[in-house]
Design a protein around this ligand. Structure first.
Ligand code: ARG
Length: 463
């Protein structure tokens, strides 16, 4: 079906309205209505500035302000009728404003274009999401700190190649993720600081001849300054791409942790028990308790990084300044943001609720010759053997224990002395997993005291 009425916002030179297919491909209102609050905030700042600069009359600015508040309350109440024919949120709001206040509505768009309008709205929207991500990250890190503090001296296997390597502490493992999410947090803050400039007043692309005050609108909207180049202001989307990059890196961290939780909660590992609140059952196997939340968090990186790649591809060949291609930026960012926030919240909930199976962790830490390095280090320290020779002696003892089907501390002193006659009973002090972790006191090491020091440091940083 073809709509024959031309567009009331830009239809002056058009005799006929767009084909239905044109309307369908052109409209963004289905999703950009999510920026309604930002759009209205931008328009209010713009109208107030126009009046302050004497570009429109104060009474018109006041009517615009009142009208915009009415529109916002209609949208908030779910009473607003969004129209596809009006393309996007900007024209939907303005058309409704005209219905409510009449003629002064037509003065709002003075010295402005949808190009700087959409760039402003989208920046405000992404900025809100960066603020939400900051909160989500801090909450997740706080939950991890709680786990680390409780288990600063619980012993678990540390892995390389997913093979038992050396004993580490539960707290140390939790704090590794605090470091990662801490860097994500700093990336979020960096991105926010960099993107917090106002495109408003760049107009279509070249600026405007009206005596507008871009500093005033920037300030009213909480931006640090107006963007310095109008061509850049309307055509830059690197702020959205940076948002998606930061989200992708964080989602990658979330995914690695989620993967560990999936492995750890399996019957084969039994390192953690996830709470019922963050697990599901199976419709056929009554014994099953599945770590679905962790699995879904693990999968989120797929769509978030996909959005990052998609927007890069949309932008990479666009000449300056605005092209309609840029309208394709929003759905990617909205979807990635929704899923990032959800993943952060779900991970926080899981971490808060999960309980470490301390005895199973310790048993696992004690198997697999995890203190072999401690034995070699003891030989170096106590008998002055070069490390390479100590490594060789230890290897022989591991082979012997393996042959006997026992662990290193189960070998007798005589059996050890047969490999190296300088070995004394003191060696047994380092073979226990608790001794092993306690001895790793180097800065950033797994010793409980080191872990507690890091917990204290981060607690202060986040306070
Ligand atoms: N809906 C458009 C977008 O998202 C708004 C800007 C339209 N500008 C234009 N010159 N047609 O990009």
């Amino acid at each position: 079906m073809t709509d024959t009425s031309s567009n009331q916002m830009w239809g002056g030179r058009f005799a006929a309205g767009p084909d239905a297919i044109m309307e369908a491909i052109n409209a963004s209102i289905g999703y950009d209505k999510r920026m309604a609050a930002q759009d209205i905030a931008g328009s209010r700042a713009h109208a107030a500035m126009l009046a302050a600069q004497g570009i429109i009359e104060h009474k018109d600015a006041e009517a615009i302000r009142e009208g915009l508040l009415t529109v916002l309350s209609e949208i908030d109440a779910g009473e607003f009728k969004f129209s596809t024919a009006l393309e996007d949120i900007h024209m939907n709001v303005e058309a409704r404003l005209k219905e409510i206040i009449g003629e002064p509505a037509g003065r709002l768009h003075t010295g402005r274009s949808r190009n700087d309008q959409v760039a402003t709205d989208f920046r405000l929207w992404v900025r809100d999401q960066l603020d939400a991500a900051e909160k989500g990250l801090i909450a997740l890190m706080t939950a991890l700190l709680g786990q680390a503090e409780a288990g600063a001296d619980w012993v678990m296997p540390g892995f390389t190649h997913l093979q038992t390597a050396q004993p580490v502490t539960w707290g140390h493992h939790m704090m590794a993720y605090v470091e990662m999410f801490g860097r994500d947090l700093s990336r979020v803050r960096d991105a926010r600081a960099r993107m917090n400039e106002s495109p408003l007043g760049a107009a279509a692309l070249a600026g405007t001849g009206f005596p507008i005050d871009r500093h005033a609108t920037a300030e009213a909207l909480g931006f640090d300054r107006p963007m310095a180049n109008s061509l850049d202001a309307v055509s830059a989307r690197d702020f959205a791409i940076e948002f998606l990059s930061v989200a992708s890196i964080c989602a990658m961290h979330l995914s690695r942790f989620a993967e560990e939780l999936v492995i750890w909660s399996s019957a084969q590992f039994r390192f953690v028990t996830l709470s019922d609140r963050f697990s599901t059952g199976s419709s056929i196997m009554p014994q099953k308790k599945n770590p679905d939340a962790a699995e879904l968090i693990r999968a989120k990186i797929g769509r978030i990084f996909g959005a990052n790649v998609a927007l890069m591809m949309v932008m990479k060949g666009l000449p300056l300044a605005y092209s309609k291609d840029m309208q394709e930026d929003k759905e990617q960012v909205f979807d990635a943001a929704d899923n990032w926030m959800l993943a952060l919240a779900a991970m926080e909930g899981m971490v808060k609720d999960m309980s470490a199976n301390v005895a199973d962790l310790e048993a696992a830490a004690s198997s697999g010759f995890s203190t072999a390095t401690d034995l070699a280090d003891w030989l170096v320290r106590e008998t002055n053997l070069p490390f390479r020779d100590a490594h060789h002696v230890t290897g022989a003892l591991v082979a012997l224990a393996e042959k006997k089907g026992c662990d290193l501390p189960d070998l007798s002193l005589e059996e050890m002395q047969a490999e190296n006659d300088k070995i004394t009973a003191g060696i047994f002090d380092v073979l226990g997993v608790h001794n092993s972790v306690k001895s790793r006191t180097s800065y950033g090491g797994t010793a409980p005291d080191q872990v507690r020091a890091q917990v204290a440091r981060w607690t202060e940083v986040l306070a």
